[in-house]
Design a protein around this ligand. Structure first.
Ligand SMILES: Cc1cc2nc3c(=O)[nH]c(=O)nc-3n(C[C@H](O)[C@H](O)[C@H](O)COP(=O)(O)OP(=O)(O)OC[C@H]3O[C@@H](n4cnc5c(N)ncnc54)[C@H](O)[C@@H]3O)c2cc1C
Length: 316
């Protein structure tokens, strides 16, 4: 293993049909949180743009965009070497889609650097790697060049609350559940019939933040549910408890704030494809079953999202 100092991280991602894989998005998010700065290469394969723009593109990252109908693995590595020149001294973050895997193998064999799989997070000096069941994380220091392939769960970490709020709003809008100028009038009264459920758990922290969550669910037009920790604390009534000793739900979109995803909770949730969770613990079960996991403070994100939705409502 080379002893040379690694250079700024480089995120290398592949867009097919204008889409980046979730794992590729995670790699970009993680690279962009490195205070030392980072660089980005996007290979557009048969496409010219991204359906869901990357929020980081507004940042002054060094960006190389490559447009091609197809690509050869060796050609992709040569393009990168030409653009960045110091691949053998870089920490290279990629998704775990098949395009990324083939190029990662070639990059690693060229530079002689190790490949890490199942990576959740990179913070500039260490990476967090999951077990297969995602129950535990190993934190490994990487102060040497390496190729890191991100796990498939898109995880947003270390982003400002307003950017997170926008990202969640975008996800909800893409499912057609918000409106963004919603008045709340479309929320189902009955949790068991609701297509959009917002659930709060113990991680919301305090009664005032719970009140804000109630307001958010109304503004979004979501039906509000709670975990048993919340009903036990008396913040919400028992009849909105979701889980083994509460209600059964089968929504199209499930948005949670500070919910751990305990078995007794999830056993009565028919999980939809779109599960968005805000939690401070990247290793919890709720994160493992999410299509978008936001690793951040639940009350602060809820506040920002509420602000955004209200602002949008006023604008319309
Ligand atoms: C017989 C039985 C029946 C049960 N029935 C039910 C049921 O019907 N429904 C139910 O929900 N539970 C039920 N439970 C309880 C269940 O086992 C869990 O204790 C409960 O679901 C946990 O609720 P929670 O995730 O809100 O809280 P916690 O376990 O307290 O978890 C809080 C979560 O929030 C995160 N967090 C902490 N701080 C923050 C922050 N600042 N920002 C963001 N995230 C944060 C934590 O990482 C954690 O993941 C039952 C238990 C038993 C024994």
């Amino acid at each position: 293993m080379t002893q040379s100092e690694p250079r700024q991280p480089l995120a290398v991602v592949f867009a097919r049909s204008n889409e980046l894989s979730n794992s590729a998005r995670s790699a970009v998010y993680s690279a962009s949180t490195d205070p030392a700065g980072w660089r980005l290469a996007i290979f557009h394969l048969g496409s010219r743009s991204l359906n869901q723009p990357l929020w980081v593109l507004n940042d002054p990252a060094i960006l190389v965009e490559i447009f091609a109908d197809g690509y050869g693995v060796k050609g992709a590595c040569q393009t990168l070497a030409k653009a960045f020149g110091d691949l053998e001294r870089s920490i290279i973050l990629m998704g775990s889609d098949s395009d990324s895997q083939s190029v990662a193998a070639e990059l690693s064999s060229r530079t002689g650097e190790p490949i890490f799989l199942g990576v959740y997070h990179f913070d500039g000096s260490s990476i967090e790697v999951s077990n297969l069941d995602r129950s535990k994380l190993a934190v490994l220091s990487i102060n040497f060049p390496a190729v890191a392939l991100f796990d498939a769960i898109p995880i947003s970490m270390g982003k400002p609350y307003d950017a997170i709020g926008e990202e969640i709003a975008y996800e909800l809008a893409s499912e057609g559940v918000i409106p963004l100028a919603s008045t709340g009038s479309n929320a189902a009264n009955d949790l068991s019939d609701a297509s959009f459920v917002l659930c709060g758990g113990g991680g919301i922290g305090e009664p005032a933040a719970w009140k804000q969550l109630e307001e958010l669910s109304q503004a979004l037009g979501a039906t509000l549910g709670a975990t048993r920790v919340v009903t036990d604390r008396g913040w919400a009534s028992d009849d909105i408890q979701i889980g083994a000793s509460g209600q059964r739900i089968a929504p199209k979109v499930y948005l949670t704030f500070g919910v751990s995803g305990a078995t007794q909770h999830l056993s009565n949730v028919e999980l939809p494809d779109k599960v968005i969770s805000v939690n401070t613990d990247p290793g919890c079960q709720m994160v493992a079953v999410s299509s978008l996991a936001v690793i951040s403070d639940a009350a602060s994100v809820a506040k920002e999202l509420l602000h955004l939705v209200k602002e949008d409502g006023n604008a319309n």
